[in-house]
Ligand binder design. Structure first.
Ligand code: PMP
Length: 458
């Protein structure tokens, strides 16, 4: 890469403190600067086109050039670019959006609070777990249970709930009161010969033992992504959520579904909750809510929770929760248009059809020498690389095998994300069959190339 002082590469390294980036490495290799987007493609400053096989960060469900979403934002910017939702004020699109979300929500969720990011929605959910329990006279019920490998965000509380050590290291978190139970990944976590059902029973038992050990009177909520996304597209074993929810009901622990990735069709169901029979007390969503055309997230709560919270705000003379941009009219207008488009193009049916092709296509590589497991549901999938298919021993981390595969894919015009030993794939839901075939074929070619490269190293 040629670096001149004026180049965006040099200026980015000079001025921009990148999130989720090794900053010293960034100083050496500089950024990939993306200038444009068209359909499922993004285009860099040199004119190279890539299929964005991760929809950015699982979010650009409608791709990168949806005119209607741009127009919706433009219209709202001209009509009213800002209005807060504090203290009884509101802009019209916010009312429309909250109604549209409740119409589409899993049964029992009746009120919506808006924020700008998934982390804020999760953070708010955590605070409402505490606020709710205070309100109903159980202020000790504060502990929050998450799971190893879960991702729930990057604020202090949502990162504490996250079960990925790299989100804790260097920050002195998780905060006390955040607990993690096992990740429901059968391939990695099940004991030899343990069936999916027996595995699910064991995990539910572990959850119950954790609640009993801590004291049910001190445990407020269990948070779960229906399918773990950033943790590596972990689809839970059959019956898992049914068993987990029975435990939660027994001990009066709230179920919070984090649908920031799964919501709006990603799993081939409108909600991940629909796919797994989850009946949440609260639900967080973001990403697909606006197809990433505006930063917006939502927290939905059940009627009993709303009623208890409402009483408490009355007792306390106010509600000490809310963000400047929670209920932003432009975000609401864009999200509303997004939901309309989803209905019109039957986003769920589409995700299910294309998802079947994606899952089937990638499963072709289950026997590839580099691949230990191919997993996924709907339009989210992962391939896990292993050094030994029989023992499932991983490659040494420094070999960065998944990253090599993603580099080989990038050279073929396809952007997927390597995370640890896994290669993640979650294309825009509007992807066409031929484009999907390009992605799937490129994965095969990249796997073959890396296998040859590794053989050359030995
Ligand atoms: N929850 C889940 C399940 C997520 O995947 C993410 C983001 N990847 C978040 C919460 C946090 O969202 P944000 O990055 O918008 O704060």
């Amino acid at each position: 890469m040629s670096v001149t002082t004026n180049s965006p590469f040099a200026r980015d390294a000079a001025f921009h403190l990148h999130p989720q980036t090794n900053l010293r490495l960034h100083e050496q290799i500089g950024p990939t600067v993306i200038r444009g987007g068209e359909g499922v493609h993004v285009v860099d400053v040199d004119g190279n086109r890539f299929i964005e096989g991760m929809s950015g960060l699982w979010c650009a469900a409608l791709g990168f050039s949806n005119r209607r979403l741009a127009d919706a934002a433009h219209r709202q910017l001209l009509a009213l670019p800002y209005q807060q939702a504090f203290a009884h004020r509101v802009a019209e699109p916010v009312i429309d959006l909250t109604e549209a979300l409740v119409e589409r929500a899993p049964a029992g969720l009746t009120k919506v609070m808006l924020q700008s990011s998934g982390s804020e929605a999760v953070d708010t959910a955590i605070k409402l777990v505490w606020y709710y329990h205070e309100a109903i006279g159980k202020p000790e019920k504060r502990k929050i249970i998450g799971r190893a490998r879960a991702y729930h965000g990057t604020t202090v509380a949502s990162a504490s709930l996250t079960g990925l050590p790299n989100m804790h290291r260097g920050f002195g978190i998780p905060l006390p009161g955040f607990l993690h139970v096992s990740c429901p990944h059968h391939y990695r976590q099940a004991q030899a010969g343990e069936s999916e059902d027996a595995f699910a029973v064991r995990l539910a038992r572990e959850l119950e033992e954790t609640i009993l050990r801590e004291g049910p009177d001190t445990v407020g909520a269990f948070f779960a992504e229906p399918v773990m996304g950033t943790g590596g597209v972990i689809v839970p074993p059959a019956g898992y959520f049914e068993k987990v929810q029975a435990v939660l009901r027994r001990h009066d622990v709230l179920m919070v579904a984090d649908e920031v990735i799964c919501g709006f069709g990603r799993t081939g169901h409108y909600w991940g909750c629909d796919a797994f029979g989850i009946r949440p007390d609260m639900l967080t969503c973001a990403k697909g809510l606006s197809s990433a055309y505006f930063p917006i997230s939502a927290l939905m709560v059940s009627e009993p929770i709303y009623q208890a919270i409402a009483d408490q705000t009355d007792r306390l003379g106010g509600f000490g929760q809310g963000f400047t941009y929670g209920g932003h009219p432009v975000g609401a207008a864009v999200a509303l248009e997004t939901l309309r488009i989803y209905d019109e193009i039957d986003i769920v049916g589409r995700a299910r059809r294309m998802g079947a092709l994606l899952q089937e296509g990638l499963r072709r590589y289950a026997d590839h020498p580099l691949v230990g497991e191919v997993r996924g549901i709907g339009m989210m999938a992962a391939l896990e690389m292993v050094a030994d298919k029989r023992t499932r021993a991983p490659y040494p981390a420094e070999m960065k095998v998944a990253a090599r595969v993603s580099d080989a894919l990038r050279a073929r015009g396809v952007l997927l994300r390597a995370l640890g030993d896994s290669l993640l794939c979650a294309p825009p839901l509007i992807i066409e069959e031929a484009e999907l075939a390009t992605v799937v074929d490129a994965v095969g070619e990249a796997l073959d190339q890396v296998q040859r490269d590794l053989a050359g190293l030995q």
